[in-house]
Ligand binder design. Structure first.
Ligand SMILES: [Mg+2]
Length: 255
């Protein structure tokens, strides 16, 4: 597949993003011609581990592993799985904040975001994880202004929580809390082309619809098996170099 690419120095800088998205609709903006934008998964892609899993291992009451197993067997979708697991979390807001302060992210991610923005590319985090968790972790690393689209965490008692999914879709093939394929289609309609960055099963469905994929971990084999145009990476310094090559190449022959 030969894709005609061009640099886009005339694009406006990415607008300052909302700190959290919650239930707000994604507002349409003017098209940016042939511009690219970036959508990235969070858990395991930006963060070095799945943050929801670390919360469940530390604060989850019995039952969350059974939900995980039912999801892995395909008996329930990720929305139902996550919703049930969050109901089993037993933690105070202070314990949650203290835990989130320990979460590490890829040390090169901030540089990737800066490089993308300098080329007029908007960067969104699109996750089937938890909005408050993601924005808090990003804020700890100086990225609190990054746009995050994810499930919404709501406190229902001193130590109890609920997950809402304002970005679910009745037609989502994965029955996800946040339908990444819908988010991708919205971004393609607005920007033209989406560079999708991900690592694992929550990225399989959307990767087949993206204009190009930067893949690590399980997503590499998936892209290879399905013939999806992609490049493998292990950290965001490599992802940055690949992104820069992609958006500045006049012509790009996809792998
Ligand atoms: Mg992931």
């Amino acid at each position: 597949m030969i894709d005609q690419l061009s640099a886009n120095p005339g694009l406006k800088p990415a607008p300052r993003a909302h700190r959290t998205i919650g239930i707000q609709p994604v507002m349409p903006r003017a098209r940016t011609g042939n511009g690219w934008m970036v959508q990235s998964d969070f858990d395991g892609t930006i963060s070095l581990e799945d943050v929801t899993d670390t919360l469940l291992e530390r604060f989850g009451r019995p039952g969350w592993r059974e939900l995980e197993a039912a999801w892995e067997r395909g008996e329930i979708g990720s929305r139902e799985c996550m919703k049930g697991q969050v109901l089993l979390l037993d933690m105070s807001p202070a314990e949650l904040q203290e835990h989130l302060a320990t979460i590490e992210i890829d040390p090169h991610f901030a540089g990737f975001v800066q490089a993308a923005r300098s080329r007029g590319m908007e960067v969104q985090v699109v996750s089937d994880g938890i909005d408050h968790v993601i924005t808090t972790v990003l804020d700890h690393h100086g990225l609190g202004d990054l746009q995050v689209i994810a499930n919404r965490l709501v406190q229902t008692g001193p130590r109890s929580w609920q997950l809402q999914s304002p970005y679910a879709s009745a037609t989502c093939a994965r029955a996800s809390g946040n339908c990444k394929c819908e988010r991708l289609a919205e971004a393609q309609a607005e920007h033209g082309r989406v560079l999708y960055v991900g690592d694992s099963t929550s990225d399989f469905c959307v990767s087949g619809k993206a204009d190009f994929v930067l893949a690590k971990y399980k997503l590499i084999d998936h892209c290879r098996a399905k013939g999806i145009a992609h490049a493998p990476f292990t950290d965001f310094s490599q992802a940055q170099a690949l992104m820069e090559a992609l958006v500045t190449a006049r012509e790009y022959a996809a792998a």
